[in-house]
Design a protein around this ligand. Structure first.
Ligand code: ATP
Length: 259
């Protein structure tokens, strides 16, 4: 099926805006393995955009291209108007402070308290926070946003899986990112904790006016959290639309995601 049949026009409410993140015709192959074959997407301010694709379809490769960890073979990626592939190391590092990551495993530092885990990114990006002498208000605000103020002095070993994920999110929020990349935010969590994380993602979107790219296999998460969904199939943005639109599609490749 011609992919253009599946691609929805950009929603009219967003049409006048510059995308905060723009991927155009991205191609990446490893030898004969052509992973991305002209993938494109626009992420707009304040939007939650879900990317779904089956295992091995290239979601992680796309994210790595996006943050400059992998050089694509061709195509362009602009984040807040800056072309990623042309930035030098310093500019790329600076741009990365505007992007929050919540990756699978949410790796907190086991030997540090929750407070120290949250302070870590502030120390790493010293130049941006050099005028801050007391980190407590920032730590408290981030913990408040994820509903875990009381966990400030706990060690990661004292936290449940869901709490760890919340703290990892707080550690991301402390840098006040404009864009958040979530990689499987609900994987490994029980249904109730997943629902709590999903609700939290919505709350964060509203409170911080962040734009998010969310990679997930979790159809429930996609339904609740997204304004739009992009399906990555055969290395391209095969289909795009709201949950409702895609869930009603008759295309077998699209239906496969909603069974
Ligand atoms: N550095 C690399 N060198 C060679 N091949 C790679 C490299 N990174 C990824 N690949 C290949 O690219 C393809 C896509 O991998 P990727 O990790 O992006 O999939 P994914 O969609 O994120 O999968 P999953 O949902 O299982 O995490 C796979 O065939 C993988 O083997």
């Amino acid at each position: 099926m011609d992919k253009t049949q599946n691609i929805k026009e950009t929603p009219t409410s967003l049409m006048d805006e510059e995308p905060i993140l723009e991927i155009k015709d991205l191609k990446k192959a490893f030898g004969n393995n052509h992973v991305l074959n002209g993938f494109s997407l626009n992420l707009f301010k304040g939007e939650n955009l879900v990317i779904m694709g089956k295992s091995g379809s290239g979601k992680s490769v796309m994210i790595k291209c996006l943050v400059g960890l992998i050089q694509p073979d061709s195509g362009s990626i602009k984040v807040m108007g800056k072309a990623i592939t042309t930035l030098n190391r310093t500019d790329l590092d600076e741009l990365r402070t505007e992007i929050g990551f919540l990756f699978q495993g949410s790796a907190l530092y086991d030997s540090m308290t929750v407070r120290e885990n949250l302070e870590f990114p502030l120390r790493r990006h010293k130049s941006r926070f050099k005028n801050i002498t007391d980190t407590t208000p920032l730590v408290m605000e981030a913990l408040e946003s994820v509903g875990l103020v009381n966990a400030i002095n706990l060690m990661p070993s004292e936290l449940s899986g869901g709490m760890k994920r919340r703290i990892a999110l707080a550690r991301t929020l402390i840098l006040k990112p404009k864009i958040i990349l979530y990689d499987e935010p609900t994987s490994g969590l029980d249904p109730i904790t997943s629902k709590e994380i999903i609700a939290l993602m919505r709350k964060i979107q509203k409170k911080y006016n962040t734009s998010s790219l969310i990679i997930t296999h979790d159809v429930d998460c996609a339904r609740v959290v997204s304004e739009r969904i992009v399906l990555l199939v055969n290395g391209i943005n095969y289909a795009e639309g709201t949950y409702k639109e895609l869930a009603a599609s008759k295309d077998q490749n699209v239906r496969a995601f909603f069974k």
